[in-house]
Structure formats: C-alpha cells, structure tokens
Design a protein around this ligand. Structure first.
Ligand SMILES: *[C@@H]1O[C@H](CO)[C@@H](O)[C@H](O)[C@H]1NC(C)=O
Ligand SMILES: *[C@@H]1O[C@H](CO)[C@@H](O)[C@H](O)[C@H]1NC(C)=O
Ligand SMILES: *[C@@H]1O[C@H](CO)[C@@H](O)[C@H](O)[C@H]1NC(C)=O
Ligand SMILES: *[C@@H]1O[C@H](CO)[C@@H](O)[C@H](O)[C@H]1NC(C)=O
Ligand SMILES: *[C@@H]1O[C@H](CO)[C@@H](O)[C@H](O)[C@H]1NC(C)=O
Ligand SMILES: *[C@@H]1O[C@H](CO)[C@@H](O)[C@H](O)[C@H]1NC(C)=O
Ligand SMILES: *[C@@H]1O[C@H](CO)[C@@H](O)[C@H](O)[C@H]1NC(C)=O
Ligand SMILES: *[C@@H]1O[C@H](CO)[C@@H](O)[C@H](O)[C@H]1NC(C)=O
Length: 313
C-alpha cells in the first residue's frame, strides 16, 4: 500500500478510525489485490469497505442535482510545468508524488479549505473497454487518474477524478507521461525527480469554460476504504488511444479498478446541468417512443372509429 496513505491513516485518521490505528495492517490476513484477494473479499477483511458511502459509484446523469451554489473549482499549480515528481509502484498502482514541497492545490467549489496535492495514481483495465472506477450512466472508460489532496483543517481528503476516453487517434499530449509510465512495471522499478507537466493529464481547457464536475461524498476506492473522501469527478474525459493504453499491458498489476458501489441515501451534485452521455442511445429511445406514441394514436383512432361505427349501427 502507498506509504503516504498508510502514513496518513496512522497520523491524520488515527483518532477518527481508532480501530485501524490499534490493529496494524498485519501481514497476510490483510493482504489485498484485484485477483484472488480482490474487491469481493475486501469487505470481509476491512470493516469500512462494507460502509454505505463507498466509492466508486455510477453517476446516473438523470439523477444528478444541479447546484448553482457550487462555485468554480480552483486548481492551483496544476499548470506549473517545472514540478518534479517521483514515480513508484506500490503493488496496486503507479503512484506519482511531487518530489519537493509544491503549491499544487484544489480549492473553491464548496471545499471549505485549500487541499494540497499528496500524489496521483492510475486505474486501468485488462482491455480498452474497462479500467475506470467511476462510470457515467453505466459506461466504463479505459482509464481514470485520481489526484489525492489533504488539508490541515480536517481529516477529509479531496480527490479529483479524471476519466480517459477511447479515441481512434493518439493524444500526443500524453506521450511524455506515458513514456515514463511504461517504465514502471512493478515494485522494483521507480523514477525520481522527473519533470511532468500534469496540465496535459487534465481535459483540454480554454479561458471561457470553467471545469464542469460532479461532486459526492465517498471513500477510498482501496482498502481500508475509509469514508472520508470528498469526490470531484471532471465531466470532460481526456482522449487516449488503444495503442497508448498498451503501456499498461506488461504491468505486474493487470487491472486495478474496484466495481461500482451502491449509492444508498447519497446523491450526486454538479456545477452544470448534465445531459446524458449516451446521446445517441437517447435519440434512438426517443424515436422508439415517438413510434410508440404514433402507434397509440393509431390504436386510439381505430378504437374511436369502431366506437362511432358501433353507435351508427
Ligand atoms: C485559488 O487558490 C489560490 C491558492 O489557494 C488562491 O491564491 C487564489 O486566490 C484562488 N483563486 C480563486 C479565484 O479563488
Ligand atoms: C521553469 O524553470 C525555468 C528555468 O529554471 C524558468 O525559466 C521558468 O520560468 C520556470 N517556469 C515556471 C512556470 O515556473
Ligand atoms: C523523491 O526522490 C528524491 C530522490 O531520491 C528524494 O530525496 C525525495 O525524498 C523523494 N520524495 C518523495 C516525496 O518521496
Ligand atoms: C497531508 O499529508 C502529508 C503526507 O502524509 C502530511 O505530511 C501532512 O501533514 C498532511 N496534512 C496537510 C495539511 O498537508
Ligand atoms: C520488474 O520490471 C523490470 C523491468 O522494468 C524487470 O527487469 C524485473 O524482472 C521485474 N521484476 C519482477 C519481480 O517482475
Ligand atoms: C471553450 O470550450 C467550450 C467547452 O468545451 C466550447 O464550447 C467553446 O467553444 C470553447 N471556446 C473556444 C474559444 O475554444
Ligand atoms: C457531503 O457531506 C457534507 C457533510 O455531511 C454535507 O454538508 C454535504 O452536503 C455532502 N455533499 C454532498 C454532495 O452530498
Ligand atoms: C402506449 O399505451 C400504453 C397503454 O396505454 C402505454 O403503457 C405505453 O406507455 C404507451 N406508449 C407510449 C410510447 O406512450
């Protein structure tokens, strides 16, 4: 497990989650992965994993509530191209940590405080039709990056999720980053002090469009699944090609996404009014519906004619 997360749990969460602090993650019994000790087993070993505010979730766009009071998301330092990073593999995912004290942060958008970036990590799949943890209207994406932030004022984490969308052509913006990632195959490999421009990992932006995002209260998507994460999921995905996704093919971890969890009583809010991502499907559904209505009118017309005929008789 990521040292930073461990460190965080034992320091920041120790009071809040006393059970974890008092039972150190002891060897074999607490071992988890995405295979034999996969997500179905986690809830039997880690109490929080069976909670009612777990992540990831499916964002059902028709159920999302537009919140006009969600002000702009303020991503600071995400465009500082000079930041150096350490890239490691923790046996579950590739973790990219800013190597020095940086001022990369996330604030605004009802976050209450400025949350500083701790690290980011990646979730991928066995093939190009899976890999993301969050899904939108049931649709999986091939990749998802999680930027994890913390703050002094409280023990919650703020996670920023970015989805990647399969496109036929390469996204050349990602090439430098993927070259680095392709070298991190297992826990014995690591790269230090590498310059990465993380603005290229976010959806393309222009001056006029503010970031559109979904927001909900959830958890870590890996054991111990603590329900202390304020999730912000960007609406626009970043394009990536099947060829580019091959950098994960030889990784010691073949896939690492947790299945979607029940929403229970939670709801998802957004700083925009969502339309369904499956516009084409919707369109088709509309047409069938229209045909249905036409058919109903036809039936009504026939029935009415019959009735009139009946009266005439
Ligand atoms: C964004 O956050 C930075 C760092 O906390 C702060 O200096 C800046 O004023 C914020 N900008 C907005 C528009 O809130
Ligand atoms: C990055 O570093 C170079 C050389 O040290 C400097 O000239 C440049 O202003 C820096 N850019 C940013 C965005 O900090
Ligand atoms: C990154 O690597 C450098 C060089 O080994 C090391 O000094 C630094 O502590 C590392 N930073 C983090 C956050 O691990
Ligand atoms: C956040 O996590 C880091 C690394 O574990 C820790 O050093 C820091 O004290 C935590 N809190 C804040 C406010 O950054
Ligand atoms: C880890 O990956 C390196 C290549 O980067 C390879 O040489 C090494 O054998 C791998 N180790 C394990 C345990 O798979
Ligand atoms: C900015 O982005 C928005 C949303 O992607 C788009 O509708 C708009 O046309 C873009 N504007 C410019 C000037 O590129
Ligand atoms: C998340 O939880 C906080 C504290 O209970 C609450 O104020 C906030 O409205 C919740 N956010 C959402 C999106 O439900
Ligand atoms: C047609 O009528 C039936 C029965 O009244 C109704 O259940 C169905 O929803 C209607 N279809 C459409 C497309 O309105």
């Amino acid at each position: 497990m990521n040292k930073i997360i461990v460190c965080l749990l034992f320091s920041v969460f120790s009071r809040l989650f006393a059970d974890i602090a008092s039972t150190p993650a002891s060897g074999h019994s607490k071992h988890w992965d995405y295979e034999r000790n996969g997500p179905d087993t986690w809830l039997h070993k880690f109490d929080h994993c069976k909670g009612k505010s777990q992540s990831p979730i499916d964002i059902q766009t028709s159920q999302v509530r537009y919140d006009s009071k969600l002000d702009n998301l303020n991503l600071t330092g995400y465009t500082n191209i000079n930041t150096t990073w350490n890239i490691t593999h923790n046996g579950h995912t590739i973790v990219v940590t800013p190597s020095k004290r940086t001022k990369i942060s996330m604030s605004g958008a009802k976050l209450m405080d400025v949350f500083n970036l701790l690290h980011f990590h990646i979730h991928w799949g066995l093939n190009v039709y899976q890999g993301s943890e969050h899904t939108i209207d049931g649709q999986k994406y091939p990749l998802e990056i999680h930027f994890v932030h913390n703050t002094t004022s409280n023990s919650r984490l703020a996670a920023l999720g970015v989805l990647y969308k399969l496109e036929p052509t390469d996204n050349v913006q990602l090439n430098d980053f993927l070259d680095i990632i392709s070298k991190i195959l297992n826990e014995t490999t690591m790269i230090e002090q590498q310059v990465i421009d993380i603005s290229k990992l976010l959806p393309p932006r222009n001056k006029t469009n503010s970031l559109r995002f979904y927001r909900y209260n959830g958890s870590l998507t890996t054991p111990p699944c603590n329900e202390a994460v304020t999730w912000t999921l960007l609406e626009y995905p970043v394009p990536i090609s099947a060829r580019q996704l091959q950098v994960f093919q030889h990784n010691s971890v073949r896939w690492n996404f947790r299945p979607i969890q029940k929403l229970h009583t939670r709801h998802v809010i957004a700083n925009f009014k969502p339309e369904s991502v499956n516009n084409e499907d919707k369109h088709c559904a509309c047409e069938t519906k229209n045909n249905g209505i036409k058919l109903n009118y036809t039936i009504m017309f026939l029935l009415a004619s019959l009735f009139i005929n009946f009266l005439n008789v």
